[in-house]
Design a protein around this ligand. Sequence first.
Ligand code: FES
Length: 177
Amino acid sequence: MTSATADAVGARGTPGVPAGPAHPSEDRRWRQVDVRIRRLGARPDGLIEVLHTLQQLFGYLDDDALAYVSEALGVPPSQVMGVATFYSFFVLKPQGAHTCVVCTGTACYLNGAKAILRALREALGVEVGGTTADASLSLLGARCLGACSQAPAVVLDGEVHGKVLAEEITALVASHA
Ligand code: FES
């Protein structure tokens, strides 16, 4: 969720809803954020819901994410920051040095997400939403990462791994923890 890359434009793709601001990165999870914004009508009163979606997809809310939401919803940056810091369930920085997001959306669930989560929990000794004792890795879940054709999908440090096997992804994730 870092590095400003201006070429991926947050196109809402809905008549009457203006194209959104440039995505902070080329990470495809921004498309999921756009879908959520579109469903909420790209209005300021969708702020908390959009922040929830962002945190679920990325694990935390950084400055780029807050700026994107501010622009996309037309909410002043100070107000976005105010909401993000007021509610204790919002996290403004990664809790572990690495972040692993396992998709548990329908396509991924039907293709093995449950086994992947079980294997990761056992290998890392943490539950979903938790961080390893040495703060090396946070294990997170998401409802859909927008990569259903790649189900089951896991995002490790922002990189999407599709059609993963539990043993493969567990070994890869464990090497980051
Ligand atoms: S359900 Fe997993 S990427 Fe869509």
